[in-house]
Write a protein that binds this ligand. Structure first.
Ligand code: G6P
Length: 365
């Protein structure tokens, strides 16, 4: 119904634009100054201290949020984390018992494989924390603890605002666990998180202003690549999934340093490559990978942090995201990738909200 789309041609575009609000609503009342407050979870420091490992389980886009979750938890809490797609987890005798916290991530809370993984985890004695967008869902009801992503209903099959709020959930949960464990958490993350809604709005607007030139390189192509290192790599994976789902362009995400072990063979003149170079710790390395692509005449669109004048010299187009701590970039870098996918799909005449063969919520195995 046109009215429900608030004047947007598709739910997906509406939901992309709702992200600043979704982030604001998910943050609300959960950060007080330099403290995250998730006391309602009722998790004791003793329980957390007794954990041997954390296992994150999800499907699709929610799985990609889990990949970032692992980096945050291992990086800041030094607890070993495994991330699994739910359809694999349940059949592979995972390392899960009463000393494991299983975090299941699901927008709908009804995905059959994720729900089965939750049940299998409980059967093995683990406690389950659900990150979900639907409060009364099966996953929410069966989990021991629940973090609600306050994104509002997500209608488009391709997930956007659920992903960014799931990421936000992982930041808040990690900081909160850190506090409970008495670990020093980086102060800049607290203020940085609060700024994200405003910065997200800025990135969305800036990207849309330039969208025509950003989607032009995809014209006539059936393939494309997304590259990045560290967190950028995981966002690249989500970017590639988005493009595949709705535009039917074959997209592959690669850890930039791994290109030379195969994918570089596929780089040819003018093939679109989206390169994320926002992780300052591996910046130089990423730039040298971008140069490898340019040497084969690929068409490179780079995403960089504001103030980076170096990358522009080696690539075809640059899109800047505002300066934030490296750990916080995923919520911003994914936004241009969502918009590029959306506008490429529209240009190709695809049914953006209901792509062929896919469903919003997969309740069968
Ligand atoms: C389907 C959707 C994806 C989604 C996945 C997991 O495949 O098309 O967009 O990421 O299910 O859904 P969930 O509701 O569990 O997050």
């Amino acid at each position: 119904v046109a009215a429900e789309k608030d004047g947007y041609p598709h739910f997906m575009l509406k939901e992309i634009h709702e992200q600043p609000t979704a982030l604001r609503n998910t943050l609300k009342d959960r950060i007080e100054g330099d403290r995250v407050n998730l006391d309602y979870l009722n998790l004791s420091p003793e329980y957390l201290k007794g954990l041997r490992n954390i296992s994150i389980v999800a499907c699709g886009t929610a799985y990609h949020a889990g990949l970032i979750g692992k980096e945050l938890i291992e990086g800041l809490l030094r607890i070993p984390v495994e991330v699994s797609v739910a359809s694999e987890f349940r059949y592979r005798n995972p390392l899960v018992d009463e000393k494991t916290l299983v975090i299941v991530v699901s927008q709908s809370g009804e995905t059959a494989d994720t729900l089965a993984a939750l049940r299998e985890s409980k059967r093995r004695g683990a406690k389950v924390l659900a990150i979900t967008n639907v409060k009364g869902s099966s996953v929410a009801r069966e989990a021991d603890f629940m973090f609600h992503t306050v994104a509002g209903p997500e209608i488009a099959v391709a997930s956007t605002k659920a992903y960014t709020t799931q990421l936000l959930g992982f930041y808040l949960i990690t900081l909160y666990f850190g506090q409970l464990l008495g670990k020093e958490m980086p102060k800049e993350l607290y203020s940085g998180l609060k700024e994200l809604p405003v910065l997200a709005e800025k990135v969305i607007n800036e990207t849309e202003k330039r969208i025509e030139s950003l989607i032009k390189p995809f014209e006539g192509w059936g393939d494309c690549f997304f590259i990045g290192r560290s967190l950028d790599w995981h966002v690249a994976e989500e970017g590639a999934l988005k493009l595949k789902e709705i535009s039917y362009i074959h997209a592959e995400a690669y850890a930039a340093g791994e290109l030379k072990h195969g994918t570089l063979a596929l780089i040819e003149k003018d093939i679109p490559v989206i390169a994320l170079a926002t992780q300052l710790e591996v910046y130089e390395k990423t730039i040298s990978n971008i140069k490898e692509v340019k040497a084969r005449e690929g068409y490179v669109i780079a995403l960089v942090q504001e103030g980076d004048t170096e990358t522009a010299k080696s690539v075809d187009q640059v899109l800047e995201i505002p300066k934030v701590p490296s750990l916080l970039t995923p919520i911003l870098t994914v936004l241009p990738l969502q918009l590029i996918s959306y506008y490429v799909a529209v240009a190709r005449g695809c049914d953006v909200d209901k792509p062929r063969n896919l469903a919003k919520s997969v309740t069968v195995e």
